[in-house]
Write a protein that binds this ligand. Structure first.
Ligand code: ADP
Ligand code: MG
Length: 237
């Protein structure tokens, strides 16, 4: 049994948390595809933040993650990297449809993380779309949504597509991300998110990231995650 790293940033040390990658500090020490490594390098990311160091060994190994870390701690890459790697390992291609859905509370946060996805994922061949409210081209979106591999959405717009778009198809979904889950719930999307999660295939990997761990975040975690690795990072300042 490997010994416990003395500064382990992992909230709960379970039997299955040890990994040969647990002590890694830099992205290029992780078992990532060259395409992802190149995207990170081009985007000038080299050293991992605490939440990335603590969660990536588990998320890359296929586990569900319940991650808590304050705003600005780097949660976005903690899920974008394993989303890209999962689809890459599955050789996901244009014909395979929606492989990942990333849900974000607001149009602005969704747009920001979409930019990170495009930048870090630019060497991969996946198609990605930003589905957010307030845009007039919902009818055009409906024609293309089934051709996209990665959907970055606000909850309302995603549910609208699930309800209205003919043949909306996500039965092959591999990875679901609930980003900024505390804010998703704060802005009143509890029922919408529950309705979305209940319509998604059960066999998938799920990441739930949040700045705070509230009771309602825990309720959503119980509904959406399967035997998650619980990772809570409080960076000492
Ligand atoms: P959070 O979602 O936890 O609030 P973000 O993912 O938005 O945090 O990241 C906050 C900031 O930190 C962004 O400007 C991002 O580019 C930067 N960042 C994230 N990860 C790293 C990293 N490994 N190295 C350098 N900067 C990073
Ligand atoms: Mg964030």
């Amino acid at each position: 049994v490997p010994s416990l790293p003395t500064n382990a940033p992992i909230g709960r040390i379970g039997d299955n948390t040890f990994s040969q990658y647990a002590g890694c500090k830099r992205f290029n020490q992780l078992p990532l595809s060259q395409k992802t490594k190149d995207g990170l390098k081009d985007s000038k990311f080299s050293k991992m933040t605490e939440i990335q160091r603590a969660s990536l060994p588990h998320s890359l190994a296929g586990r569900d993650i319940l991650g808590a870390a304050k705003t600005g701690s780097g949660k976005t890459l903690a899920f974008i990297i394993p989303v890209l790697e999962k689809l890459f390992k599955q050789r996901w291609g244009p014909q395979d449809g929606v492989g990942s859905i990333i849900i974000s509370p607001t149009r602005e946060l969704a747009s920001q993380l979409f930019e990170v996805l495009k930048s870090v994922g630019k060497h991969h061949g996946f198609s990605a779309g930003l589905l957010i409210g307030g845009r007039k081209d919902v009818d055009m979106e409906k024609e293309h949504v089934n051709d996209l591999n990665i959907l970055v959405c606000t909850p309302g717009r995603l549910l609208q597509h699930m309800d209205e778009t003919p043949n909306f198809e996500c039965s092959q979904l591999q990875v679901l991300v609930l980003d900024e889950a505390d804010r998703i719930l704060d802005v009143g999307f509890k029922k919408v998110v529950n309705a979305i999660v209940s319509q998604l295939p059960k066999h998938r990997q799920t990441f739930l990231f949040s700045a705070t761990q509230t009771k309602s975040v825990q309720d959503l975690a119980r509904l959406s995650l399967k035997d998650p690795e619980y990772i809570s990072v409080h960076e000492e300042s």
